[in-house]
Design a protein around this ligand. Structure first.
Ligand SMILES: Nc1ncnc2c1ncn2[C@@H]1O[C@H](COP(=O)(O)OP(=O)(O)OP(=O)(O)O)[C@@H](O)[C@H]1O
Ligand SMILES: [Mg+2]
Length: 360
């Protein structure tokens, strides 16, 4: 039977026409448009569109969320599963919420502006941001850092991010019950999945037994609207120093420290995927310290909660590293080598450090 699903190329052409009509300045002839190729990411297919006039340029980004994760078959935009559609709707809903509630008085940290959602294509249209990836600046600053140096431009960006996130959290802050049991249960389940993937069971058992000693940790906590996508790789900075944030992901009521831990772990894996990883595993801790210090200001910092949730996040990333490794079409021996020399030692070292900070 013939496959009647539209091809990526067909969808691309239809979207270019539709987006030009609905979201770009009126009467832009198709011949004056510029547009980029389809970019395949782990969780979406994207492309940009631009119109320039004498004054400057304006453009949009078209993003079709989909769980692709290195699976060739999933690189075809259609069909979209219910989960893909949920991914798109959740992200668009978050962007609309942020366009109303992200604090605008600290205008130099902004979320990308949503322009619309084309349901038939699961396509989110946002204003295009003309800026550089902040994580590249962070790598450069971290590598040039000298022992005596106190702060650099990346510390400043980290402080601004901490302050802006804190203001956003305060828009819906409420006291809530600290349910350590449920957290420990989720972490233990992640641990058993890691063991089933082949992670040394002695290490996994050690984590689980340490977690069990925390069941009595009684703490006053706060919940708020948290952003699943608050990730250092989604921070951009333009030539005027304006910070832009992309891809907030799904919003969820959760502990404020959940966003902090998520962000911290994305910083810890700053050198992943680059050759520098063999020289420097994680950036200097002063960067995350700048972020946390300005997040908390004069408020009481819940270090134990941050530590515990950081371990939770590390476990999730570790599990994801295995999922990605399995999806890669590399020879088995290469995968095994990476697992033993790169993935497992990194996460064990990170988790051991956090467990030591957590104390007993
Ligand atoms: N509005 C925008 N302006 C400029 N660039 C954008 C915009 N939206 C997306 N991009 C570019 O597309 C990339 C992927 O976008 P995004 O992070 O939203 O998708 P994703 O599916 O989460 O991808 P990944 O899995 O790589 O994180 C970004 O890193 C950025 O380079
Ligand atoms: Mg992303």
């Amino acid at each position: 039977m013939d496959d009647i699903r539209p091809s990526n190329n067909q969808i691309y052409k239809e979207l270019i026409k539709k987006v030009a009509e609905e979201f770009l300045p009126r009467r832009t002839p198709l011949t004056e448009l510029q547009y980029g190729p389809l970019e395949i990411n782990c969780f979406s297919t994207c492309f940009w569109m631009n119109v320039s006039d004498g004054e400057g340029q304006s453009g949009v980004y078209v993003k079709i969320p989909k769980i692709i994760l290195y699976n060739k078959k999933n690189e075809q935009i259609m069909p979209l599963s219910d989960n893909d559609r949920r991914l798109g709707e959740d992200e668009y809903r978050s962007l609309v919420h942020l366009s109303r509630y992200w604090p605008s008085d600290d205008g130099d940290v902004r979320f990308v502006k949503p322009l619309g959602f084309l349901k038939d294509y699961n396509a989110i249209i946002t204003e295009r941001v003309y800026a550089e990836h902040f994580f590249k600046l962070l790598r450069r600053c971290d590598q040039r850092r000298t022992f005596l140096q106190k702060s650099d431009s990346a510390h400043l960006v980290m402080s601004r991010l901490g302050r802006a996130l804190s203001k956003f959290h305060q828009t819906s802050l409420k006291e809530c019950k600290w349910d350590v049991e449920s957290i420990v249960r989720k972490m233990a389940s992640c641990c058993s999945q890691l063991a089933s993937f082949g992670v040394e069971s002695a290490f996994v058992d050690m984590i689980v037994s340490r977690l069990e000693t925390l069941q009595n940790l009684s703490i006053r906590t706060h919940c708020t609207n948290t952003l699943k996508g608050f990730d250092v790789r989604q921070v951009f900075i333009d030539g005027n120093g304006v910070i832009f944030l992309l891809d907030p992901g799904k919003m969820k009521t959760d502990y404020i420290e959940m966003d902090l831990a998520r962000f911290i772990v994305t910083c810890r894996i700053l050198y992943w995927g680059s050759m520098q990883f063999f020289l420097r595993k994680s950036p200097d801790s002063s960067y995350e310290e700048s972020f946390l210090r300005s997040y908390y200001g004069d408020s009481v910092r819940q270090d134990k909660v941050i530590c515990l949730l950081t371990i939770k996040e590390l476990l999730k990333h570790w599990r994801m590293a295995y999922t990605v490794l399995r999806a890669k079409r590399w020879p088995r021996v290469v995968k095994e080598f990476l697992r033993r020399t790169y993935v497992d030692p990194f996460y064990k070292w990170q988790i051991n450090t956090e467990l030591a900070d957590l104390g007993s």
